[in-house]
Write a protein that binds this ligand. Structure first.
Ligand code: NAD
Length: 323
């Protein structure tokens, strides 16, 4: 039996570290989905975590049952899944990469103890910049890549699929493609592999007599890339879709069959990239985030992916933590 096959994650007990906009929405979405039997809320601001728990308790008559509690960081143990949203969030005009120093300091304060107390848990990093923070978490814990991964471009992929679905007036579930690379400004939208049902997107456009012009494609690209900035300018945070994305990832971690998700995971040779964490299609199951897939990309997409990797790697190297 291989090492991957030997380890199974059991996500009955889930801890959410950081119960701000994203953490609280994740807990709410988990309750509705019934994806955990126990949810532990942890926040530096304990009263806030208590308030969220009290509010969530009143959901229970309407949802699947789950035990809810508040804990301090050093009380978190025997969890199967730990979702980390703790840290500074983007303010209007800030990029995700601007947060790196602050959030690395925050992770250094708790990640070693958290991983030591929960050596068998899966750790899902949501804090931005998610690719760099995933690598920081790997470094601080020494755990393997299948166990420590980021939510990556699962959200960006949802945004991309949604915009294509709106253009073609078709349900998003029929649209298949990915956003890969950094969860951030240098991300790569994979148009060359975009499918609607069994049709390549250009073939589908032709059959429906719709013109997917370069201007339309550029507008979609900008809408995906700028989505977080535009929402944060208007309401201060993005949290609904990432809440559902984290629940989807958690559910995939409880299944015996594989799902393909663009999680941020340490690269182990795909596209000749090593060590840097970023998103490419990854197989996920109760064995963790265990296998990468190399997509056959256009030349432009490939060079954009390599550039994205360079950008994320440079930011990580600037922290001076070593590979
Ligand atoms: P928020 O400010 O509402 O919540 C952050 C919470 O973390 C706060 O409640 C704060 O008290 C807590 N916190 C800070 N330090 C802590 C520590 N040491 N221990 C425990 N709790 C601590 O922010 P938010 O809008 O919920 O965003 C959270 C993070 O998620 C940000 O980094 C944001 O950029 C990121 N985010 C990621 C994605 C994604 O797709 N990966 C999407 C949206 C937001």
């Amino acid at each position: 039996m291989s090492q991957v096959e030997a380890h199974l994650f059991h996500i009955d007990k889930v801890a959410i570290i950081g119960v701000g906009a994203v953490g609280a929405t994740t807990a709410y979405a988990m309750l509705q989905a019934g994806s955990a039997s126990e949810i532990v809320l942890v926040d530096l601001d304990r009263r806030r975590a208590e308030g969220e728990m009290m509010d969530l308790q009143h959901c229970l008559p309407f949802t699947e049952h789950a035990k809810l509690s508040v804990a301090d960081l050093d009380e978190v143990e025997q969890c199967g899944l730990i979702i980390i949203t703790a840290g500074a969030a983007q303010k209007p005009g800030e990029s995700r990469l601007d947060l790196v120093q602050r959030n690395t300091r925050i992770y250094s304060g708790f990640f070693p103890l958290l991983s030591e107390r929960n050596p068998d848990a899966a750790f899902m990093i949501v804090t931005n910049p998610v690719d760099v923070m995933t690598r920081v978490a790997l470094k601080l814990s020494g755990l393997p890549a299948r166990q420590v991964f980021g939510s990556g471009t699962v959200l960006d992929t949802a945004r991309f699929r949604n915009l294509i679905s709106q253009f073609f007036n078709i349900l998003p579930r029929h649209v298949h493609t990915y956003v890969i690379g950094e969860h951030g400004d240098s991300e790569v939208l994979v148009w060359s592999r975009a499918m609607i049902g069994p049709f390549h997107i250009s073939e589908y456009a032709e059959q429906r007599d719709l013109s997917l012009t370069p201007e339309v494609a550029e507008r979609i690209e900008q809408d995906v890339r700028q989505a977080a900035y535009r929402i944060i300018e208007r309401k201060g945070a993005t949290h609904f879709a990432i809440g559902l994305a984290t629940v989807r990832i958690a559910e995939c971690l409880s299944l015996s069959q594989d799902s393909v998700l663009t999680l941020s995971r340490r690269m182990e040779g795909s596209y000749r990239l090593q060590n840097v964490c970023l998103s490419i299609p990854t197989l996920v199951s109760r064995h963790g985030a265990h296998t990468h897939f190399e997509l056959d990309l256009s030349a432009n997409e490939r060079s954009a992916l390599l550039r994205s990797a360079e950008i994320v790697d440079e930011v990580y190297q600037s922290l001076g933590l070593g590979d």
